[in-house]
Ligand binder design. Structure first.
Ligand SMILES: Cc1cc2nc3c(=O)[nH]c(=O)nc-3n(C[C@H](O)[C@H](O)[C@H](O)COP(=O)(O)OP(=O)(O)OC[C@H]3O[C@@H](n4cnc5c(N)ncnc54)[C@H](O)[C@@H]3O)c2cc1C
Ligand SMILES: NC(=O)c1ccc[n+]([C@@H]2O[C@H](COP(=O)([O-])OP(=O)(O)OC[C@H]3O[C@@H](n4cnc5c(N)ncnc54)[C@H](OP(=O)(O)O)[C@@H]3O)[C@@H](O)[C@H]2O)c1
Length: 253
């Protein structure tokens, strides 16, 4: 049973309808590593205060440890929890467990010259947390963030990510892709197709290879499966402590 803490929503940024970042104040959450996840929950109607009446799901923390934590969330229209989270406003209470878990962290990522952080949708969240720490900038010569979404309005965090290009010249690339509309600044197509066609590496100005790259994959499980297949063909395999590889995965559903 998780230990639940009562937190308060202190900010809510709406990127587009159904896609938002909430900031919650919760000093009781124990220290954790960027990339780990916490459970967020709300009480079912009429079950306030009853731990058996909590609806909860895991969410990557989109910020490093601190008194204020952020979560980047998309509404699954037929889902049980996300429409309820979407309805919460600044000042409302929310439940969070006190201990983050998960192995999708840089400490579980092998060393390499290049770090590829590949995501669809809200799978970007753990990377935002990692990039706000010093570790990736000290450990890797180059970092490439790949963010694939349906529409340009889903491209959250673009300003923050672009700022890294200026802060770390030559060390950071952002590749955004859209699947359901055209744009002058993003590629068009799903991430695995863009890797297969060579466009991804061309725009990133960086090769994905077993000798130079560590690859993190997060978000839509079908994207993870297709990417893993393509990377296996390049002799890149899932990283395990007893059998080192290059790929680390976080499956959202
Ligand atoms: C480790 C981990 C970290 C996660 N981090 C995040 C995060 O940072 N942000 C975030 O928005 N979600 C995240 N998720 C997904 C989240 O836990 C919930 O599954 C999601 O919010 C849906 O919850 P729900 O109760 O509204 O839908 P449910 O009633 O639980 O599910 C409805 C169905 O929707 C599908 N589904 C779940 N998530 C999605 C999605 N994003 N897109 C399409 N279909 C989906 C599933 O197949 C599920 O059966 C994470 C999941 C895991 C396992
Ligand atoms: N603004 C929003 O994002 C928004 C707002 C409200 C509600 N929702 C709901 O939230 C849920 C999740 O939507 P989402 O857009 O965040 O996530 P998603 O459906 O996982 O889509 C994110 C990106 O992943 C791509 N993708 C899907 N399958 C793939 C595969 N097999 N290989 C590679 N890429 C793949 C999608 O391409 P395709 O376009 O080709 O599928 C899209 O570009 C949906 O139920 C949606 O209706 C989203």
């Amino acid at each position: 049973m998780p230990t639940w803490c009562q937190a308060k929503i202190t900010d809510k940024k709406i990127w587009t309808d159904g896609l938002f970042t909430i900031t919650i104040e919760c000093p009781d959450v124990q220290n954790f590593d960027a990339g780990q996840f916490l459970q967020l929950g709300v009480y079912k109607q009429g079950r306030e205060g009853d731990e058996d009446g909590i609806i909860n799901r895991p969410y990557s923390v989109a910020s490093p440890h601190g008194d204020q934590l952020q979560f980047f969330i998309v509404v699954v229209p037929e889902g049980e929890l996300t429409p309820k989270l979407d309805a919460l406003k600044v000042g409302d209470p929310i439940l969070v467990n006190d201990k983050a878990t998960g192995r999708f962290t840089l400490s579980k990522t092998p060393d390499a010259d290049h770090l590829w952080l590949i995501s669809t949708g809200t799978g970007l969240a753990p990377y935002i947390a990692m990039l706000r720490t010093e570790e990736p900038w000290q450990r890797f010569k180059k970092i490439v963030v790949v963010h694939g979404v349906r529409h340009a309005s889903d491209l959250a965090y673009t300003d923050e990510l672009n700022a890294y290009k200026e802060k770390y010249p030559g060390k950071f690339e952002l590749v955004q892709s859209l699947t359901r509309e055209q744009s002058d600044t993003a590629l068009r197509g799903r991430i695995p197709a863009l890797l297969a066609s060579g466009q991804l590496e061309k725009v990133a100005d960086c090769k994905l290879s077993a000798t130079t790259s560590s690859v993190l994959l997060c978000g839509n499980p079908a994207m993870l499966d297709s990417m893993e297949d393509l990377l296996n063909n390049r002799d890149m395999i899932k990283h395990r402590s007893k059998a080192p590889g290059q790929i680390v995965l976080e499956r959202y559903w």
